[in-house]
Design a protein. Structure first.
Length: 381
């Protein structure tokens, strides 16, 4: 077992960290305040090749391992979770479905430009009446004269309405007991992207409700085999949860860094507050939690690179990392006191950004369900 990164991974990590600190850190508070999607920063991320990290070289990707991708997400999230989530959703939810199930024609049309970072794609799974119960899809698709006719809606869909969004892939019921994935291009008649949500956090990340009313797309826009949509999005979510865990680790690390800086600099009763056990022990507990979460992410990424099943370990990583991220933001605000509550401090933004990590791409309750079933328990939903 080797818990050290190789030289190339360490260099890459430094490149992404330097990029995040130079290109994102000076602007992310303003993006958050104004709910601005950082199009220029996304273009610079594309120039770094971040959108193509895990994809094969034959399609223009870097052919890097999943751990390298997780390192990029962690370093971005140390500065701004919204930006990290734009990458995570673009890679794990937007492009990966085409790699796993797309035809060669679909890969050339959608996957290649997504790898280049020229366009983004969304993945429409959640609906107003089906979230954790993802199999309870109400959006319908029927074939008519060589076209799929879609009716329904999707909620909370990331990267679905940006200026460079090319398409969304949605789950739809295509027959009794049959769920399929269908690609819908932006601007298609009958496909409406509703105004962006006013969110507590992730304000610089693009999120919309999508409405489909008599929306027609070619029959060839079926992604993967008909009726195999449920299996496909489960595969997508298995790896996506590890990516969310990496984002959570980055956020928790940012909180630890901020808490340590404040504990060393802030003085009370004649010296730095970090000399008191009440503060020092909080920082120590945060450090242990961050290290544990990072180890879970690295193990899951390691297994994924080797083609092993990661359903249970991915759920563990996502559950633990997201919950310690929430804990870390709470403790960081506590340590910074009134300063942590002010929007001038990034810790205030971290606090708002953290909670959704316990919800998106599978709630903590769903992760516990997956873990319990993975241990052979006959648990009911």
């Amino acid at each position: 077992m080797d818990f050290e990164l190789d030289h190339e991974q360490e260099q890459f990590r430094r490149v992404v960290r330097d990029f995040a600190e130079a290109q994102i850190a000076p602007h992310c508070s303003e993006w958050d305040r104004t709910s601005t999607f950082p199009l220029d920063a996304v273009a610079k991320m594309a120039e770094l090749g971040l959108f193509g990290l895990i994809f094969p070289e034959e399609y223009g990707g870097a052919g890097a391992g999943y751990l390298t991708y997780c390192l990029a997400l962690e370093e971005l999230a140390r500065v701004d979770v919204s930006t990290a989530m734009t990458l995570e959703a673009g890679v794990s939810l937007g492009a990966t479905p085409f790699l796993l199930a797309g035809t060669e024609v679909q890969k050339q049309e959608y996957l290649v430009p997504m790898i280049e970072g020229k366009v983004l794609g969304g993945f429409g799974l959640t609906e107003s009446s089906s979230g954790s119960d993802a199999g309870n899809v109400s959006t319908r698709a029927r074939l008519d004269a060589g076209e799929w006719v879609l009716d329904g809606q999707k909620t909370f869909i990331t990267n679905s309405g940006t200026p460079i969004t090319k398409c969304v892939t949605i789950t739809a019921r295509t027959g009794p007991g049959e769920i399929s994935n269908i690609v819908v291009d932006s601007g298609t008649q009958g496909f409406e992207v509703m105004p962006g949500y006013h969110k507590m956090g992730w304000r610089a990340s693009d999120t919309h409700e999508l409405v489909f009313e008599d929306c027609r797309v070619p029959e060839a826009n079926l992604l993967g085999e008909r009726g195999e949509g449920f299996k496909l999005f489960l595969r997508i979510l298995d790896a996506g949860r590890v990516a969310i865990a990496a984002v959570s680790v980055g956020l928790a690390q940012a909180c630890l860094d901020a808490a340590l800086d404040h504990a060393k600099q802030r003085e009370a009763f004649g010296g730095p507050i970090g000399r008191y056990q009440a503060i020092a022990f909080k920082c120590a507990d945060m450090a242990v939690a961050v290290e544990n979460a990072r180890n879970l992410v690295w193990k899951a990424a390691h297994l994924h690179e080797r083609g092993r099943s990661i359903r249970r370990i991915g759920a563990m990583a996502k559950l633990y990392a997201s919950e310690i991220a929430v804990d870390a933001t709470r403790e960081a605000v506590q340590i910074l006191g009134g300063y942590g509550y002010m929007d001038e401090s990034p810790v205030s933004r971290y606090y708002r950004d953290a909670k959704i990590l316990e919800i998106g791409e599978g709630t903590s309750e769903i992760q516990r369900l997956v873990i319990a079933r993975g241990m052979g328990l006959p648990i009911e939903t």
